[in-house]
Design a protein around this ligand. Structure first.
Ligand code: SAH
Length: 216
């Protein structure tokens, strides 16, 4: 597959859909998404669709990965220069972690399903990304050892934002996560930690797999 050309077309579409960050578009053009999906799905790897990655989980649509990355960078710490440490909850197949690795100095990514944690490790090995740290555990409690984080991004949505994530966010940092709203739908939530406290924005509707506690 001439994947560079197909990715370039995907990037054009992402720009047309409203992704404006040059850094994010460059990262999306760089990371080979087809290496993160099963052989049978390779032909769909650059379509704007979520795809199954096993154990009932899915890799998010490119547009959603790009949108969340763009939101993450659009914070005081993100504007101050290259993003420092980022925490991702829900490694899945490792694709988003690879995209974040281009945008942040260090990426800590937690997965609660052993099978996917192992899969992500295997998928990411050929990319040799020394700044990606894969962790097996319950991301509901975050990862205190890497805190404070300039950014926290969740790929699974719960009823509320766990307090641990807010505690582990740096002042000037931003959290981007799907959350179930009172109406029962999922929406993207952005929380900024400022010197004066937390500021929350509720954005567009999204469809993520559920955030679950414990490991399996
Ligand atoms: N970013 C991933 C998307 C994976 S889907 C990718 O690029 O492929 C979301 C993932 O979140 C699933 O693998 C699911 O197992 C995981 N997840 C759900 N609840 C979790 C939790 N409490 N801690 C860690 N991972 C969790």
């Amino acid at each position: 597959m001439d994947s560079a050309a197909v990715r370039a077309r995907m990037v054009q579409k992402l720009a047309a859909m409203g992704i404006g960050s040059v850094a994010v578009l460059r990262a999306m053009g760089q990371v080979e998404r087809h290496r993160f999906v099963d052989t049978a799905l390779v032909n769909q790897a650059y379509e704007d669709t979520s795809l199954p990655i096993g154990l009932g989980q899915t890799i998010s649509k490119p547009n959603v990965v790009a949108r969340m990355a763009e939101l993450l960078l659009d914070s005081p710490l993100g504007h101050a220069g290259p993003l420092g440490r980022v925490l991702e909850i829900g490694t899945g197949c490792g694709y988003q972690a690879a995209v974040l690795a281009v945008l942040a100095r260090e990426v800590y990514s937690i997965e609660r399903l052993r099978g996917l944690h192992d899969k992500a490790r295997a998928n990411l090995r050929p990319f040799r990304l020394p700044n990606v740290h894969l962790l097996f555990g319950d991301g509901m409690v975050g990862y205190a050892k890497g805190a404070p984080y300039a950014g926290i991004i969740a790929a699974a949505g719960g009823e509320a934002i766990p307090q641990a994530w807010l505690d582990q966010l740096a002042v000037g940092g931003r959290l981007v996560a799907p959350m179930v709203t009172p109406g029962g739908q999922q929406a993207l939530v952005v929380v900024d930690k400022t010197a004066k406290g937390l500021q929350q924005q509720l954005l567009e509707a999204v469809h993520f797999v559920p955030l679950k506690s414990g490991i399996a």
